[in-house]
Design a protein around this ligand. Structure first.
Ligand code: HEC
Length: 140
């Protein structure tokens, strides 16, 4: 008798988990299917961004250095920061900055966009790139 009740409880817990799973999936697809990165990942990325910040500002409207301001860059068309003199190669690349494109570009800017004026050798560690991308994603 008690055992049966226990089974029934487990059963409803499974159902609950499925419902929660479906709701989560629905919530994710509502925001384009991309979960927001964890705060921890963003913080790791903020630290890994140090070498990038010699050229890139990240606060809205802040004067940037050699590179364009990266506030809101995630999901943006490449070469679209108003007033920045991009290389024609990047400006006409047709890239939209999401995970895959950013991962390629940060791994090797010159291989991803031949002729780019971003003079940066590239970040070889995929985990570091993932954190940097999470940080860029948080700059909205
Ligand atoms: C030496 C300066 C310099 C450094 C260091 C640098 N960048 Fe850049 N970055 C640039 C320049 C210049 C451009 C514009 C390139 C072009 O027009 O071809 C650019 C472009 C970009 C773009 C495209 C922006 C857009 O509006 O399309 C992204 C994204 C980016 N950089 C990310 C990074 C990240 C992440 C790092 C660090 C891992 C980094 N950059 C390091 C100078 C730099």
């Amino acid at each position: 008798m008690n055992e049966d009740a226990g089974h029934r409880k487990d059963g409803s817990r499974v159902v609950l988990r499925v419902v929660v799973g479906l709701l989560t999936a629905a919530a994710l697809s509502a925001c384009g299917g991309e979960p927001a990165p964890s705060a921890e990942m963003v913080e790791r990325g903020r630290q890994a961004f140090a070498p990038c910040s010699t050229c890139h500002a990240v606060s809205p409207g802040e004067m940037s250095g050699l590179g364009p301001n990266l506030h809101g860059v995630y999901g943006r068309q490449a070469g679209s920061e108003e007033g920045f003199a991009y290389s024609p190669e990047l400006a006409s690349s047709g890239i939209v900055w999401r995970k895959g494109a950013l991962d390629d570009f940060i791994a090797s800017p010159s291989r991803t966009v031949q002729g780019t004026s971003m003079i940066y050798a590239g970040e070889p560690d995929p985990a570091v790139r993932e954190a940097i991308i999470a940080y860029l994603q948080s700059l909205q």
